[in-house]
Design a binder for this molecule. Structure first.
Ligand code: OFO
Length: 178
Protein backbone atom coordinates (compact mmCIF):
# COMPACT_ATOMS: atom_id res chain seq x y z
CA UNK A 1 0.00 0.00 0.00
CA UNK A 2 1.44 3.36 -1.01
CA UNK A 3 0.90 6.19 1.51
CA UNK A 4 -1.64 8.63 0.07
CA UNK A 5 0.66 11.64 -0.18
CA UNK A 6 3.36 9.58 -1.92
CA UNK A 7 0.77 8.15 -4.32
CA UNK A 8 -0.47 11.64 -5.19
CA UNK A 9 3.08 12.85 -5.83
CA UNK A 10 3.92 9.75 -7.91
CA UNK A 11 0.88 10.32 -10.11
CA UNK A 12 1.96 13.95 -10.49
CA UNK A 13 5.43 12.70 -11.38
CA UNK A 14 4.04 10.50 -14.18
CA UNK A 15 2.57 13.72 -15.56
CA UNK A 16 5.87 15.61 -15.04
CA UNK A 17 7.82 12.92 -16.90
CA UNK A 18 5.33 12.70 -19.78
CA UNK A 19 5.26 16.49 -19.87
CA UNK A 20 9.08 16.37 -20.13
CA UNK A 21 8.68 14.08 -23.14
CA UNK A 22 6.18 16.50 -24.64
CA UNK A 23 8.47 19.50 -24.04
CA UNK A 24 11.39 17.69 -25.69
CA UNK A 25 9.14 16.76 -28.63
CA UNK A 26 8.47 20.47 -28.99
CA UNK A 27 12.20 21.27 -28.86
CA UNK A 28 12.88 18.54 -31.46
CA UNK A 29 10.36 20.18 -33.77
CA UNK A 30 11.99 23.58 -33.18
CA UNK A 31 15.50 22.28 -33.91
CA UNK A 32 14.30 20.53 -37.09
CA UNK A 33 12.66 23.80 -38.17
CA UNK A 34 16.03 25.58 -38.06
CA UNK A 35 17.92 22.67 -39.66
CA UNK A 36 19.76 21.60 -36.51
CA UNK A 37 18.82 17.98 -37.06
CA UNK A 38 21.51 16.64 -34.71
CA UNK A 39 20.02 18.61 -31.81
CA UNK A 40 16.55 17.44 -32.87
CA UNK A 41 17.85 13.87 -32.85
CA UNK A 42 19.22 14.34 -29.31
CA UNK A 43 15.80 15.59 -28.23
CA UNK A 44 14.01 12.63 -29.86
CA UNK A 45 16.24 10.31 -27.90
CA UNK A 46 15.45 12.29 -24.75
CA UNK A 47 11.72 11.86 -25.44
CA UNK A 48 12.30 8.11 -25.30
CA UNK A 49 14.07 8.40 -21.93
CA UNK A 50 11.36 10.58 -20.43
CA UNK A 51 8.64 8.18 -21.51
CA UNK A 52 10.53 5.39 -19.75
CA UNK A 53 10.81 7.59 -16.64
CA UNK A 54 7.03 8.08 -16.63
CA UNK A 55 6.48 4.34 -17.04
CA UNK A 56 8.79 3.55 -14.11
CA UNK A 57 6.38 5.42 -11.80
CA UNK A 58 3.36 3.98 -13.65
CA UNK A 59 4.55 0.41 -13.05
CA UNK A 60 5.71 1.08 -9.49
CA UNK A 61 2.21 2.29 -8.56
CA UNK A 62 0.58 -0.72 -10.23
CA UNK A 63 3.01 -3.19 -8.63
CA UNK A 64 2.04 -1.88 -5.21
CA UNK A 65 -1.69 -2.04 -5.83
CA UNK A 66 -2.15 1.71 -6.28
CA UNK A 67 -4.31 3.54 -8.79
CA UNK A 68 -2.61 5.25 -11.72
CA UNK A 69 -4.29 8.57 -12.48
CA UNK A 70 -3.19 10.41 -15.60
CA UNK A 71 -3.37 14.20 -15.29
CA UNK A 72 -3.66 16.93 -17.94
CA UNK A 73 -0.49 18.08 -19.67
CA UNK A 74 0.05 21.82 -19.83
CA UNK A 75 0.19 24.02 -22.92
CA UNK A 76 3.71 24.06 -24.31
CA UNK A 77 6.15 26.63 -25.50
CA UNK A 78 6.54 25.91 -29.22
CA UNK A 79 9.32 28.22 -30.27
CA UNK A 80 12.52 29.76 -28.92
CA UNK A 81 14.48 32.89 -29.84
CA UNK A 82 17.71 30.92 -30.25
CA UNK A 83 19.09 27.38 -29.88
CA UNK A 84 20.82 28.50 -26.66
CA UNK A 85 17.49 29.62 -25.19
CA UNK A 86 16.01 26.17 -25.91
CA UNK A 87 18.95 24.42 -24.20
CA UNK A 88 18.70 26.79 -21.23
CA UNK A 89 15.02 25.89 -20.91
CA UNK A 90 15.93 22.18 -21.05
CA UNK A 91 18.45 22.67 -18.22
CA UNK A 92 15.93 24.69 -16.14
CA UNK A 93 13.35 22.00 -16.74
CA UNK A 94 15.71 19.30 -15.46
CA UNK A 95 16.37 21.36 -12.33
CA UNK A 96 12.59 21.55 -11.84
CA UNK A 97 12.34 17.76 -12.20
CA UNK A 98 15.15 17.30 -9.65
CA UNK A 99 13.19 19.41 -7.15
CA UNK A 100 10.11 17.22 -7.73
CA UNK A 101 12.11 14.00 -7.17
CA UNK A 102 13.61 15.46 -3.99
CA UNK A 103 10.10 16.35 -2.73
CA UNK A 104 9.00 12.81 -3.44
CA UNK A 105 11.92 11.36 -1.47
CA UNK A 106 11.12 13.70 1.43
CA UNK A 107 7.46 12.62 1.41
CA UNK A 108 8.41 8.93 1.18
CA UNK A 109 10.78 9.26 4.16
CA UNK A 110 8.20 11.17 6.22
CA UNK A 111 5.67 8.39 5.54
CA UNK A 112 8.26 5.62 6.21
CA UNK A 113 7.61 4.37 2.68
CA UNK A 114 10.79 2.28 2.41
CA UNK A 115 9.52 0.45 -0.69
CA UNK A 116 9.63 3.69 -2.68
CA UNK A 117 13.27 4.48 -1.83
CA UNK A 118 15.06 2.24 -4.38
CA UNK A 119 13.03 3.77 -7.22
CA UNK A 120 13.57 7.31 -5.92
CA UNK A 121 17.29 6.68 -5.41
CA UNK A 122 17.47 5.65 -9.07
CA UNK A 123 15.86 8.96 -10.04
CA UNK A 124 18.14 10.99 -7.77
CA UNK A 125 21.18 9.52 -9.54
CA UNK A 126 19.53 9.93 -12.94
CA UNK A 127 18.86 13.62 -12.29
CA UNK A 128 22.57 14.27 -11.71
CA UNK A 129 23.14 12.99 -15.26
CA UNK A 130 20.14 14.85 -16.69
CA UNK A 131 21.33 18.16 -15.24
CA UNK A 132 24.97 17.73 -16.24
CA UNK A 133 24.06 16.76 -19.82
CA UNK A 134 21.90 19.81 -20.42
CA UNK A 135 24.08 22.27 -18.51
CA UNK A 136 27.20 21.11 -20.43
CA UNK A 137 25.46 21.70 -23.75
CA UNK A 138 24.46 25.19 -22.53
CA UNK A 139 28.10 25.90 -21.65
CA UNK A 140 29.29 24.62 -25.03
CA UNK A 141 26.71 26.79 -26.78
CA UNK A 142 28.02 29.82 -24.87
CA UNK A 143 31.61 28.97 -25.85
CA UNK A 144 30.54 28.72 -29.48
CA UNK A 145 28.92 32.16 -29.36
CA UNK A 146 28.10 33.31 -32.87
CA UNK A 147 30.31 30.81 -34.67
CA UNK A 148 28.25 28.99 -37.33
CA UNK A 149 31.03 26.41 -37.76
CA UNK A 150 30.97 25.70 -34.01
CA UNK A 151 27.20 25.29 -34.06
CA UNK A 152 27.34 22.83 -36.97
CA UNK A 153 30.09 20.85 -35.22
CA UNK A 154 28.10 20.60 -31.98
CA UNK A 155 24.98 19.67 -33.95
CA UNK A 156 26.93 16.85 -35.60
CA UNK A 157 28.25 15.66 -32.25
CA UNK A 158 24.76 15.54 -30.75
CA UNK A 159 23.50 13.56 -33.73
CA UNK A 160 25.64 10.65 -32.51
CA UNK A 161 23.49 10.00 -29.43
CA UNK A 162 22.26 6.42 -29.61
CA UNK A 163 18.61 5.45 -29.45
CA UNK A 164 17.80 2.29 -27.55
CA UNK A 165 17.28 -0.49 -30.13
CA UNK A 166 13.88 -0.26 -31.82
CA UNK A 167 12.99 3.04 -30.14
CA UNK A 168 9.71 4.32 -31.58
CA UNK A 169 11.25 7.80 -31.59
CA UNK A 170 13.98 6.71 -34.02
CA UNK A 171 12.81 7.37 -37.60
CA UNK A 172 15.01 4.46 -38.77
CA UNK A 173 13.06 2.06 -36.53
CA UNK A 174 9.59 3.00 -37.65
CA UNK A 175 10.44 3.57 -41.30
CA UNK A 176 12.05 0.15 -41.65
CA UNK A 177 9.10 -1.51 -39.85
CA UNK A 178 6.68 -0.63 -42.65
FE1 OFO B 1 14.80 14.43 -17.78
O1 OFO B 1 14.59 13.24 -16.39
FE2 OFO B 1 12.92 12.54 -16.42
O2 OFO B 1 12.07 14.14 -16.47
Amino acid sequence: MIPEKVLTLMNEQIKNELESAYIYHSMAAYFHSINLDGMAHWMRSQVHEETIHGMKFFDHILDRGGKVTLLDLKQLKTTWSSPLEAWEDAYKHEQFITSKINNLMKAAREASDYAAEPLLNWFITEQIEEEVNTSKICEQMRLIGNSKEGLIMLDKELSARLFPAGSPYDPLAYNSAQ
